[in-house]
Structures are given as structure tokens and as C-alpha cells.
Write a protein of this length. Structure first.
Length: 320
């Protein structure tokens, strides 16, 4: 009788706490903002509060490393967004329907599109992408590797990674979600692209455990050791790709739909720091003093002029 009572209690608990997606888990864990991955304690009221939270996070990570005797675990990566209401969406997700006529999530169909685009890109940029297999070769090899995690296949073809990153940097709709190894670069992107209606911007911090993924889907990080545009390194870029396994294909999976074990693993975390939009000028001025500005991150002539303009028009008084 006692065992029967315990069994029914377990069923009752499971019914009240079913397996949840990443989005649902984080919302139930914290109660601030739609994504709600973290609520700073105390709440972040200023740019300097945010810096205090970063120091606390770094101190905690150092203590965790000492306690686990793991001197070199995966470092956190960061993403800044210009409105705390915005989701973790790739440019491929956001491109439909204005810049993409098909809502497909198929890797094979997406690869066919980038393969079709390669001749024009090569011709007009005078760059060669010889290490990127054409679609028939890619399709054949992908089918041979089907059933394995996708990153195992892609690491055998670094040229594909490099081309995907090149396209992402230059505006082609991409399944790669961009991050950075620097919390301050992430904060710059949040304030630099701030939505005019935002009350807060957000900086996400992804802390991954060594074991990430499930039988059906997984997320992996690309970035530190690939050839790319110089801005890739000035921005300390990282990219995440979340995929699920289909019958004869891989399918891109929105980060918002990933379960915790798929996106950051057991023992990992996804944190979110919401900073008041009113802190934009103090934040950008402080970051500029750290040489984090449009010109240092993009290196182009238009970004130089934008940096000069911001220093003169935003950071300084207009009094004669």
C-alpha cells in the first residue's frame, strides 16, 4: 500500500511538472521578461550594476572551476539584443516572409540555396570557395553520415563552416546565431542596435556543461578556429547552430524550442541580464573608452565615420 501511494505521488508530480522546453523552463525559473532566463538580484538599475553582476559571475565561475578541479572548462559566450522583449532568433528565422518565400527548416534545401549563390559571390568578390562541396557531393556525403550529430560531419568540411560564417557576416539569411566571447562586446551590440521602443536591452550569457545534447537534437558552437572576415576576430565571434535529426535530413531548430539538455546541458545555464535603455549613453561612452566602438568592431570606413559622429554628436555637448 505504501509503495502504491509513493507511485501515485510520483505520477502526480510528473503531471504537474511535465518535460518542458528551454523557453518554458527558464520562464518558470525566473519571472522577468518574456525570455526570463535570469533576474539579477538585486535588479540591474544602471550600467555599473551590470558590471557588478559580471564581476559576480566571473567570481562564481572561478570558484566553480576550483571546486570541480577543471582548470579549463568551456568559457561562457554572450549575446546582446536591443530589446529585452526580443527572442533568440537567427536571421534565417527572422527572414520569413519578407526576405524568404519558404519557411522550410531543411538543411539540404538551405544548402542548395547557398550552393546556387556561390558562383555570383565568387565572381563579384574575386574570392574562391574551392573547399565548399557542391550540392550533389554535399548531399551524397550527408546521407552517408546520416544518424550522427551534424557537427561531426561539418568538422570534416571546415570550408562549409567558413562559408556559412562569411555569408552570415554579410547578410545572407543564416541558421547561425551570433554570440561573442566578450560580455562587453555583447553589451555594445545591445545598445548600438537598441530598439527605439525598448525599455531594457539584454545581454545573454550561455554557460555550457561538458555534456550537451539529446538523442533527437543538439546545439553546438562554432567560431574560435576558422578562417573568416577580420571582423570575426575583432568581435570575438562565436556562433551556435541548433539542429534536430529527421528521417533523411537535418532540420534547424529554433533556440527558443530547445530543451535545457540540448542548449546548455546538465549543470549549464543560460542567463539574461536586462539593462535599462536609459543607460545607453553612459554604457556606450564607457565602452568607447575601452576601444569598443563601431570602428574597432567593423573596421570599415563607414564605421569610422559613425564612431567619430557618435563621439561628437552624442557624447559631447552641442553648446557653442
Amino acid at each position: 500500500m505504501f509503495i502504491f501511494i509513493i507511485f501515485n505521488f510520483i505520477l502526480w508530480v510528473k503531471s504537474r511538472h511535465p518535460r518542458r522546453t528551454f523557453y518554458e523552463t527558464t520562464v518558470s525559473r525566473y519571472n522577468h521578461s518574456p525570455m526570463g532566463c535570469v533576474s539579477s538580484e538585486p535588479p540591474i538599475n544602471s550600467w555599473f550594476d551590470f558590471e557588478d553582476e559580471l564581476r559576480k559571475l566571473n567570481a562564481r565561475l572561478r570558484e566553480d572551476r576550483k571546486a570541480q578541479d577543471k582548470p579549463e572548462p568551456d568559457d561562457p559566450i554572450f549575446r546582446g539584443v536591443g530589446n529585452s522583449e526580443w527572442k533568440l532568433e537567427t536571421t534565417l528565422e527572422r527572414s520569413y516572409p519578407l526576405e524568404r518565400c519558404d519557411e522550410t527548416t531543411s538543411l539540404r534545401r538551405y544548402y542548395r540555396k547557398i550552393d546556387n549563390s556561390t558562383p555570383m559571390v565568387e565572381t563579384l568578390t574575386q574570392r574562391s570557395w574551392d573547399q565548399v562541396p557542391d550540392f550533389p557531393e554535399f548531399d551524397r556525403e550527408l546521407k552517408e553520415q546520416h544518424g550522427y550529430w551534424l557537427n561531426t560531419f561539418l568538422w570534416q568540411h571546415p570550408g562549409i563552416y567558413e562559408y556559412l560564417i562569411y555569408l552570415r557576416h554579410h547578410g545572407f539569411p543564416s541558421p547561425l546565431l551570433d554570440w561573442t566571447a566578450s560580455s562587453y562586446v555583447a553589451a555594445f551590440f545591445a545598445f548600438d542596435t537598441m530598439d527605439k521602443n525598448a525599455t531594457h536591452v539584454s545581454v545573454y550569457a550561455l554557460l555550457r556543461s561538458p555534456t550537451v545534447g539529446s538523442d533527437s537534437a543538439h546545439l553546438f558552437i562554432v567560431g574560435p578556429y576558422v578562417k573568416s572576415d577580420p571582423r570575426h576576430y575583432s568581435q570575438q565571434s562565436r556562433f551556435s547552430l541548433c539542429v534536430r535529426l529527421g528521417e533523411d535530413d537535418y532540420h534547424f531548430k529554433p533556440h527558443e524550442e530547445c530543451r535545457p539538455e540540448e542548449i546548455y546541458g546538465l549543470g549549464g545555464e543560460l542567463l539574461k541580464f536586462d539593462i535599462p535603455a536609459s543607460e545607453r549613453v553612459p554604457a556606450l561612452k564607457h565602452l568607447d573608452l575601452m576601444n569598443i566602438n563601431p570602428f574597432s568592431l567593423y573596421g570599415a570606413e563607414d564605421s569610422l565615420v559613425r564612431t567619430v559622429a557618435r563621439r561628437e554628436c552624442l557624447f559631447k555637448s552641442w553648446d557653442l
